[in-house]
Design a protein around this ligand. Structure first.
Ligand code: NAP
Length: 254
C-alpha cells in the first residue's frame, strides 16, 4: 500500500462496480479511508468486502441513490458524524436510460438523466463543500464526466448534455471554492469496458470504431481511470483546478 492519500476520507459514488470500484480500490491502496456509495445495499456490502480483501484498507459503504437529492444532506451529515469530514468526493455514479436519437427521448428519461448526472453531483458537492468550509479544511472534488460531454454524442445526446454540464459546474465551482483550498476537477473517460458501456462494447461495429480511432489501439479498463482520480484527489495536484483531464487513450485527439 502506498501513501499518497494517507489521512484522507473519500466518498466515491457508484463505487461498487466498474470505474467507481477501481477508483475506490486505488484510493484504499493509497491509504485513504474510503466510503463507497451506490443504490443497492447488497452491491455496497459486496464491494466493501472485495475492496477490503484486495487492499487491506479502511473501507466502508453506504446505500445512496444520488438522484434522490432530498436525502443527500442527511446522508452526508451522518457519514461525517461517523467517519469525519469528507475531504475527497468523487461524483462517479451516472445514468443513461435513453440510447437512441436525441429527439426521441421521453421526459422521464430526460429527468432521470439530469437528476442522477447533474443534480445529484451538485447536491453532494454542495453538502461536502459546505462541511469543508465550516471546518476550515481543504479538499478535492473529482467529477466523472465523459468524452461524450466534449464531443457530439449521437444516440447518447441527453447523457452528453449532462456530462457537459458537469464540466461547466466543475469550472465555476473551482473558481468559487478555490480560494478556500477546495479544488474541483473533472475526468473525461473514453470508452471503458463496464456494464454501463455494454451497449457500445457488445456491438462489434461500434467497438471496432472506437478501437480504430483510439491512439492506444484499445478501449479502456476501469483501472485506466483510477490513476487520474488518485492524482486529482492527492496533494500531487495541489495547483490543478477546474481542469478537464481526458483519459481516453487518445480518442479525442483526432
Ligand atoms: P458501471 O460499471 O455500470 O457502474 C455504475 C455504478 O454506479 C455502480 O456502482 C452502480 O451501483 C452505481 N449507480 C448507478 N446508478 C446510481 C445512482 N442513481 N445512485 C448511486 N449509484 C448509482 O458504470 P461505469 O461505466 O463504471 O461508469 C462510471 C462513470 O463513468 C459514470 O459517470 C459514467 O458516465 C462514466 N463514464 C463511463 C464510460 C464507460 O465507457 N464505461 C465512459 C465515460 C464516462 P448500483 O446499481 O448499486 O446503484
Amino acid at each position: 500500500m502506498a501513501d499518497r492519500l494517507n489521512g484522507k476520507i473519500a466518498l466515491v459514488t457508484g463505487g461498487t462496480r466498474g470505474i467507481g470500484e477501481a477508483i475506490a480500490t486505488a484510493f484504499a491502496q493509497e491509504g485513504a479511508k474510503v466510503i463507497v456509495a451506490s443504490r443497492k445495499a447488497d452491491n455496497v456490502a459486496a464491494a466493501v468486502a472485495r475492496i477490503r480483501e484486495a487492499t487491506g484498507g479502511d473501507v466502508h459503504g453506504v446505500p445512496l441513490h444520488v438522484g434522490d437529492i432530498a436525502s443527500i444532506p442527511g446522508v452526508v451529515e451522518r457519514l461525517v458524524a461517523e467517519h469525519g469530514q469528507i475531504d475527497v468526493l468523487v461524483n462517479n455514479a451516472a445514468s443513461n436510460p435513453h440510447f437512441g436519437p436525441m429527439i426521441t427521448v421521453d421526459w422521464p428519461a430526460w429527468n432521470k438523466t439530469f437528476e442522477v448526472n447533474v443534480a445529484g453531483p451538485f447536491a453532494l458537492t454542495r453538502a461536502v463543500a459546505q462541511g469543508l468550509l465550516d471546518s476550515g479544511k481543504t479538499g478535492s472534488i473529482v467529477n466523472v464526466s465523459s468524452i461524450m460531454g466534449i464531443a457530439a454524442a449521437p444516440w447518447q445526446g441527453v447523457y452528453g448534455m449532462t456530462k457537459a454540464a458537469l464540466i461547466s459546474m466543475t469550472r465555476t465551482l473551482a473558481v468559487e471554492l478555490g480560494g478556500a483550498g477546495i479544488r474541483v476537477n473533472v475526468i473525461a473517460p473514453g470508452l471503458v469496458e463496464t456494464k454501463f458501456a455494454s451497449a457500445l462494447t457488445e456491438s462489434p461495429e461500434i467497438l471496432a470504431g472506437f478501437v480504430q480511432r483510439t491512439a492506444s489501439g484499445r478501449i479502456g479498463q476501469p483501472s485506466d481511470i483510477a490513476g487520474a482520480a488518485v492524482f486529482l484527489a492527492s496533494d500531487e495536484s495541489t495547483y490543478v483546478a477546474g481542469h478537464t483531464l481526458t483519459v481516453d487513450g487518445g480518442w479525442s485527439i483526432r
